[in-house]
Design a protein around this ligand. Structure first.
Ligand code: HEC
Length: 153
């Protein structure tokens, strides 16, 4: 089935992409001097809060892709909702002042898109629609990762 093939391809891409994206900071190229984006300076605790949210994003995405592959819209809904607006609510309040406006905008748009995906999955039950929403949502991950790095200070 074609949809299943697409979903599996997307999932495979996601599993491998963080190592591709982040290889700039580890592995071959140990310093990130050639990174042209913006460095955000956070405390170790603040950085961990952001990264923990990121790991939640990957978990949600994995659940959504599996749900789409199995045409299980309840699974799609539940996993998308986990990374919706509510997921950002417990962030340290000190982060608010430190994160650039463009970062916060992309971040909140990402949460909004997860909520929208959840709502549409629930109401429309259309796997093709969910898959295309997920594709657009993943563009947010890609663009933010190309723009920002977190440094501890
Ligand atoms: C608003 C900006 C932004 C968005 C949107 C974003 N990320 Fe990130 N993400 C970051 C930054 C910044 C880092 C840390 C990069 C660094 O300093 O190396 C990061 C790190 C990560 C990491 C590494 C986590 C760890 O434990 O080291 C993963 C995985 C990740 N993001 C996945 C995602 C996924 C999946 C999405 C989309 C659903 C996403 N991110 C959306 C900014 C973002």
């Amino acid at each position: 089935m074609q949809l299943k093939t697409i979903s599996i391809a997307l999932y495979t891409l996601l599993i491998f992409s963080p190592s591709v994206v982040f290889s700039q900071d580890s592995g071959l190229n140990t310093n990130s001097e050639d990174f042209k984006g913006t460095a955000i300076y956070l405390t170790a605790v603040e950085r961990e809060a952001v990264l923990s949210e990121m790991r939640g994003f990957v978990e949600s995405t994995a659940g959504i892709v599996k749900g789409i592959a199995d045409e299980n819209m309840e699974m799609v809904t539940a996993n998308a909702r986990k990374s919706g607006k509510k997921a950002g609510a417990h962030m340290p309040h000190t982060l608010h002042k430190k994160l650039p406006a463009s970062f916060k905008k992309l971040g909140s748009d990402t949460h909004r898109r997860f909520d929208e995906l959840a709502l549409d999955a629930e109401q429309l039950g259309d796997v093709g629609h969910a898959l295309s929403q997920l594709g657009a949502l993943l563009d947010n991950c890609v663009s933010c990762h190309s723009l920002f790095r977190i440094k501890v200070r």
